[in-house]
Design a protein around this ligand. Sequence first.
Ligand SMILES: Nc1ncnc2c1ncn2[C@@H]1O[C@H](COP(=O)(O)OP(=O)(O)OP(=O)(O)O)[C@@H](O)[C@H]1O
Ligand SMILES: [Mg+2]
Length: 356
Amino acid sequence: MITEINGKKLDFHQLLEYSITATFIVKANVIVYANKACLRLLGLNKPEDILNKPFKQFLHPDFHIQNERFLQQVSVYSKTVEQVECSIVNAEGTIIEVESTYGVYEFDGETLVQIIMQDITARKETEKQLMQSEKLSVMGELATGIVHEVRNPLTILKGFLKIMDKETTPNGKEYIKIMLGELERINTIANELLYFSKPHDSNIHPHNIVRIIQEVIFLLDTSAFKKRIAIQFHTEEDYIEVVGDEVQLKQAFINFIKNAIEATQQEGHISVYIDKKLKDISISIMDTGCGMTDEQLAKLGTSFYSTKEDGTGLGLMVTYNIIKNHHGHITVGSTVGQGTTFTIRLPIPKHKYAMV
Ligand SMILES: Nc1ncnc2c1ncn2[C@@H]1O[C@H](COP(=O)(O)OP(=O)(O)OP(=O)(O)O)[C@@H](O)[C@H]1O
Ligand SMILES: [Mg+2]
């Protein structure tokens, strides 16, 4: 065993005291030693805050029984308990997820328990994000399958209804109109689900985002006009290149601007800004609509969240997914009664994509 470095004797006590791993020594359920990393983990300053206190005092109550079992397993049966996940409560009352290992520490003829602990909050967060993106990609595949299966019968139903429409009574015509409308709704939902799937590489090309947004505004101008809402478009440049799937990008901006129109009262304003910054391309959609509370903002982008009578609540979920797949990100600012601004940032393409 190495006991010296550069001819100097190693101070093992100091080594343990300053170790980056939190180490507790527990005797009869009470903490008899804790190093500096334990203080840091628990957000405490003085060793007295920990020493001679029951170990379970720092654990979340949900883990008290489990902890008793582990302590017994080590002290009575000398069996190590490895890498168990549990939660502790720090000085501020924050719950921290940790991974602990309980092992035997023989001292002065007695079997004590040493517990090492590691904060795993960051790891858990990454795991959660990974699971979320896996779920989304499974959903994407599933959605693509379902949509293809649903579209064919829909087309057939619509076809027959149109034929029946020619031969039916005025009352029948009214029912057929409603049925066609509902079928169209199913079609829209099915199409929106398609956007869960990742953009196919073959559809990824350089495009002028200024033109894409202009076309989207043109498409939605009629519904804005009906509410006497003016959509203003501001750009310093006529050509700003992005790389992506044109159909999906259009779908995303249609959703943002459609939402803005729906949230805005008669004679309100919507402004769309495109700006090529140093690091990315920023597109802002500002409306003078109803705005959202913090609770509403927190729900944005989750499936089937809608405050509209006829909303599917899939629009923003699909949109968020499209922007994520284009390596972009979205921020939202909103004040109830004043309006909302969605800002979308898309990356500036690398040289290999540059147009010739
Ligand atoms: N610009 C906005 N101003 C105020 N609220 C908004 C805005 N954009 C979205 N929201 C809120 O977020 C909710 C979810 O939007 P999302 O586009 O996902 O679904 P939807 O518009 O309700 O339904 P769909 O898009 O299927 O028609 C909306 O119902 C609305 O309450
Ligand atoms: Mg919408």
